[in-house]
Design a protein around this ligand. Structure first.
Ligand code: GLN
Ligand code: ZN
Length: 766
């Protein structure tokens, strides 16, 4: 009898203890020979396949593993190497591959950007003038490897042609179809070669199906997938979507593919609803993404099983696959080593390995009957319940406060037009005030001192003293440079989210909970596992200390609620935006504490608002409204002459400008230096009436900008903005920069401000 199959979409590359990262970095640093590197990597790759096999997964993905990024892998498979890397055809060498990702002395790296709405970044393929060519069949190689070395009949994974081209750059919108058509025969060849090798299933990822697509694009899917089917009719294509529901459901399920993979976790219930409403074709397999591939919580398996049972009323068992909602790339490897966590929390966690086990249990439950997995079902339910019922998640005060928000609008006391003159009076700033974004260089010494303190080699007092000295030095430096508004420098912080997470209730940190962010870089997002609340002031001491050293205003510096939310693993038993509001209410107390201590400019950074945007346009408003509300909730209680600042690290905000206005921050600083022209265009089209600092130089490079460049940037901005609303600042925080270059660059910035002020006076007199 045919049975339900279990499957996986992708497995984390990094290894339990980040062995993958270490191997890569040793190789890049010249400490590991190529041979040795490749054999270590092979060992890691095979061990991941073995693990999946041991978990009893039927369809094990192969080719999802990468030395850097799967989009880059796809590009090099088609010989798409930008000219600046001197490529002369054939399989792309390891050296060229890493040069594309990381740049070298002669050529800058390819751009990198976010993979849909995750915190994973991919390398953007450059298609300009490219003639794609199949220079190696990667999926085939990995299929053969798994078979030869482990006797595993793998499921090759390929990034589909339409998503691949959509994520690339270097062509005009109207060329899209034509470019896709260049790739179709190449994909056809890949599939044909897989077919010749006897491959059964191939997973073709088209996550673009979770975004808003036009009818033409859907038509393109039809013709492309017909061609792919015709090229290799015996291969079963599993058309895989994730991160959202698909619209055009009926068209998508009728595409010429043997199976369709749907996300039943991050779809807002819409996929399941569509399956029930429109049914599912009798001749296709449904791969049901039922276990959350993007979050770390253990599933309530009885609930999941009943959803699957509902599905089996529409799709028969032999046509059902159970799998995660997306690749497990987005979660850490295993909970096993997290010994320090509270047992109630640890029991309620599930990382990649545990998720595979959940999939195996559900599959067995469907195939052999619930009774056979009863103990596991009950255990999962109890673990989830225990956390839900624990004191961590039942802070009555926090929950009541959230309930009360329904009535509360979170507006400032008075509109900006009233606040602005009061603030001008209070601060007496010159025209075009100069400031920085918050952090100053986190030198090796700063990091070493913190490490010593964490290891207990420095007492709290010694460490505090060190931070004070560092702060004091930079207050003096800011004075010498002649800035108008100061910051304390953030020397006490490692990471802008971690710092607050460690001080608020409701957060926990894992020891090995790393996930890949880009290349070998991994991040360890905090877990927001309980009700979030304020315990004690988090930033007051350092800020007040800095303020005590100067008469210039020192900005208080906080990370905003939406950024904290978007850069954490968030509990899934309540609405995300309710969690954001909990964070906001806690931050509001911090804002009030700063204000009480006479800190009258408070900056609440929200660099991650934009990246949390839903994949579907029609869901943007709801998200943005909620994000704006959370921001206002954290900031709106201050007095009229307390000035709220915010900061964002991107400038492509034309499409979210209304939300940015709605934040009602008195001053916003944004990145601009890398995209000045575009931003100015945006301001010509949109009026912005509050104060705004356009980043006048790029902080991503150690280069000290020239005076003329900065005055030019400022002049351009002043063509569309009133000098009365304009601030001068760098693009972002300076923590990654060196001390000397930072001082030099800020001097130029202050000089440019002075020059422009003089010029404005001259113009006025004429
Ligand atoms: N205040 C933070 C800093 O200067 C802002 C960082 C950010 O926007 N990413 O480091
Ligand atoms: Zn920034």
């Amino acid at each position: 009898m045919s049975k339900v199959k279990s499957s996986n979409i992708g497995y984390p590359r990094i290894g339990e203890k980040r062995e993958w990262k270490k191997a890569l970095e040793q190789f890049w640093g010249g400490k590991l020979e190529k041979e040795a590197f490749l054999s270590q990597i092979e060992e890691i790759r095979l061990s991941h396949l073995k693990k999946q096999k041991e978990q009893g997964i039927d369809l094990i993905p192969v080719g999802d593993f990468s030395l850097y990024d799967h989009v880059l892998d796809t590009a090099v498979m088609f010989g798409l190497v930008p000219n600046r890397f001197n490529y002369s055809g054939g399989a792309v060498s390891l050296e060229t591959y890493f040069n594309m990702a990381r740049g070298n002395k002669e050529a800058v790296a390819s751009e990198m950007t976010k993979w849909f709405n995750t915190n994973y970044h991919y390398i953007v393929p450059e298609l300009e003038g490219a003639v794609p060519n199949l220079v190696e069949n990667r999926p085939l190689q990995f299929y053969k490897e798994a078979k030869a070395k482990l006797n595993i009949e793998g499921k090759p994974v390929i990034l589909g042609p339409i998503t691949f081209v959509k994520l690339s750059k270097g062509y005009q919108d109207n060329e899209f179809k034509e470019i896709v058509s260049k790739f179709v025969p190449l994909y056809g060849r890949i599939l044909k070669e897989l077919q010749e090798e006897g491959v059964q299933w191939v997973q073709v990822d088209e996550p673009i199906l979770g975004t808003t697509l036009s009818t033409e694009e859907i038509a393109l899917f039809k013709s492309v997938y017909q061609s792919l089917h015709d090229a290799a009719p015996q291969v079963k294509i599993l058309l895989q979507t994730y991160f959202e529901s698909i619209d055009h459901y009926e068209e998508v399920i009728s595409l010429p593919a043997a199976g369709i993979g749907l996300d039943f976790v991050h779809d807002n219930g819409e996929n399941l609803e569509a399956v029930k409403k429109f049914g599912f074709p009798q001749d296709k397999v449904l791969a049901a993404g039922i276990i959350d591939g993007r979050n770390v919580w253990r599933a309530n398996l009885p609930n999941k099983l009943s959803i699957l049972e509902e599905i089996t009323e529409i799709v028969s068992a032999e046509r059902l696959i159970v799998q995660p909602s997306s690749s497990l790339l987005h979660v850490p490897v295993t909970v096993k080593s997290e010994e320090a966590l509270h047992s109630v929390l640890k029991d309620a966690l599930s990382f990649a390995d545990e998720k595979l086990n959940e999939i195996a249990i559900l599959t067995k439950g469907l195939n052999d009957g619930k009774e056979t997995v009863q103990a596991a079902l009950t255990a999962s339910k109890e673990a989830v319940q225990a956390l839900n019922e624990s004191s961590f998640r039942n802070n009555a005060e926090v929950q009541e406060a959230i309930q009360n928000l329904r009535e509360y609008k979170a507006d400032r006391n008075a509109p900006f037009a009233v606040r602005q003159p009061l603030q001008a009076e209070a601060f007496q700033l010159p025209l075009l005030p100069t400031t920085t974004i918050g952090s100053f260089p986190q030198t090796k010494e700063v990091r070493q001192q913190r490490l010593k303190w964490r290891k207990g080699e420095l007492t709290d007092r010694q460490y505090e003293k060190y931070i004070e000295e560092e702060t004091k030095e930079w207050v003096t430096i800011q004075e010498e440079i002649g800035l108008d508004v100061y910051v304390h420098g953030e020397f006490e912080r490692t990471d802008m989210v971690e710092f607050f997470g460690e001080k608020l209730a409701g957060f926990q940190f894992t020891k090995f909970g790393w996930v890949q962010s880009y290349g070998s870089r991994c991040v360890k997002p905090p877990l927001i596992y309980g009700d979030v609340s304020f315990k004690e002031p988090m930033t007051v001491k350092e800020t007040v200390y800095a303020q005590s050293l100067t008469n210039k205003p020192v900005k208080g510096m906080l990370t905003g609620p939406v950024t904290i939310l978007n850069w954490s693993f968030v509990r899934d038993d309540m609405k995300r935006m309710d969690v954001a509001n909990q964070i906001a209410l806690a931050l509001r107390k911090e804002v009030e504490a700063l204000e009480e201590n006479n800190i009258r400019m408070i900056q609440v950074d929200e660099p991650a608002i934009r990246e949390g945007l839903p994949l579907k346009r029609e869901k943007w408003d709801a998200y943005l409204n909620a994000a704006v509300y959370a921001f206002k909730l954290s900031t709106a209680s201050v007095k009229n002459d307390t000035q709220i600042h915010t900061h964002m690290c991107y400038s492509n905000f034309e499409d979210i400008i209304n939300a940015i206005k709605a934040l009602d921050a008195d001053v916003i600083s944004i990145e601009t230096s890398r995209s000045h022209g575009e931003l100015i265009d945006a301001f010509e089209k949109n009026t912005y009436d509050k104060e705004i600092g356009l980043g006048v130089y790029d902080i991503h490079s150690p280069r000290v900008p020239k005076l003329e460049e900065l005055t030019r940037n400022i002049d351009r901005a002043l063509q569309v903005l009133d000098p009365k609303q304009f601030w001068i600042n760098p693009d972002c925080g300076l923590k990654t920069r060196g001390k000397e270059e930072t001082i030099a660059a800020l001097r130029v910035m202050v000089e440019a401000a002075e020059k422009t002020r003089e010029q404005l006076l001259v113009n006025k007199e004429q």
